[in-house]
Design a protein around this ligand. Structure first.
Ligand code: 6CS
Ligand code: FE
Length: 294
């Protein structure tokens, strides 16, 4: 699907009616000058791990803030709160940088937003922010996907010129549903089959069924790239490319896994009309305030 409001032709067609070949990514992965040594392999791997980005005290402050928020029964009715499909537990809270001034001030700091500016080579703004709570015992993971595929199709993001920063708020062990990534898969765009249903996005945030690659796509990519995992103590962080193939398993351990996610987009890559959906998603999921982070 394409629309006259798009300034460019669609270089990343998706939500196709039949199988479509993988596309070599037409855009760079690193657009700027990388100064932080931890980011040295970002171009090749599509991700980087930053040990102790936050110290214990900072993690405690953010965690207390979120705990306070989610304890308020009225807040649980807010549309920005996503509840698990099979339980009444909170799965995600969106727009945390607007709900919490602590988070807003933190992500604005140069040691955080500066990472995105280095990779994206421009000023950046926040496309999406969320906390993912993967509760213990019965927490359900996220199936394999590329974030950019959804942001392009449903939010109208033109190019994969965005990065996500996932900051661990609890320890991320290999066994409590920590994020798995296919290193190098960010260079391949995998079109997904199936038209986007209207207003399906809240279901998708519980269990994604639209915009996921086929089993043979996953097998092929995993065979070529292998699978890495982000693990680390609370306060460590993962910076990853918008198009990298990633997902997480269920968490049957008693150890919850919570992460703060901030998606930075380049101000030179602001949203247009969705590329493969009738209507854009709400702005608490895909922001249309493109004001650069000061
Ligand atoms: O919807 C989003 O923006 C993000 N969430 C999911 C479950 N998949 C795509 C993307 O990562
Ligand atoms: Fe994702």
């Amino acid at each position: 699907m394409s629309s006259p409001t798009h300034t460019l032709i669609d270089r990343y067609p998706t939500r196709t009616t039949g199988p479509a070949p993988h596309l070599e990514r037409a855009d760079p992965s690193v657009w700027g000058e990388v100064g932080v040594p931890a980011l040295a392999n970002f171009e090749t791997d599509g991700f980087a791990i930053l040990d102790s980005l936050l110290d214990r005290e900072e993690v405690a402050v953010v965690a207390a803030e979120l705990d306070h928020l989610t304890r308020d029964p009225e807040f649980l009715l807010d549309e920005r709160v996503i509840i698990e499909k099979e339980s009444n537990r909170v799965r995600s809270v969106f727009e945390v940088h607007k709900l919490s001034t602590v988070v807003a001030n933190l992500v604005r700091e140069n040691r955080i937003a500066g990472l995105a500016r280095q990779i994206l080579g421009s000023e950046v703004y926040i496309h999406q922010s969320r906390i993912n709570f993967l509760p213990g015992l019965r927490g359900t993971g996220f199936y394999w996907h590329s974030d950019f595929e959804t942001w392009h199709a449903e939010d109208g993001m033109p190019a994969p010129r965005a990065v996500s920063l996932s900051i661990a708020l609890t320890d991320n062990f290999p066994f409590n549903g920590s994020l798995m990534l296919m290193p190098g898969s960010h260079r391949t765009f995998v079109p997904c089959q199936g038209e986007t249903p209207d207003a399906h996005y809240r279901n998708s945030l519980r269990e994604q069924e639209i915009g996921i690659p086929s089993e043979s796509d996953i097998t092929e990519l995993a065979g070529r790239h292998g699978i890495a995992q982000f693990t680390g103590g609370a306060g460590s962080a993962l910076l990853f490319d918008s198009n990298i193939m990633h997902g997480s398993s269920n968490n049957i351990t008693p150890f919850p896994r919570s992460n703060l996610f901030i998606v930075f987009n380049s101000v030179e890559n602001t949203l247009e009309a969705p590329y493969a959906a009738r209507n854009p998603r709400p702005t608490y999921i895909g922001s249309r305030d493109f004001t650069p982070i000061a």
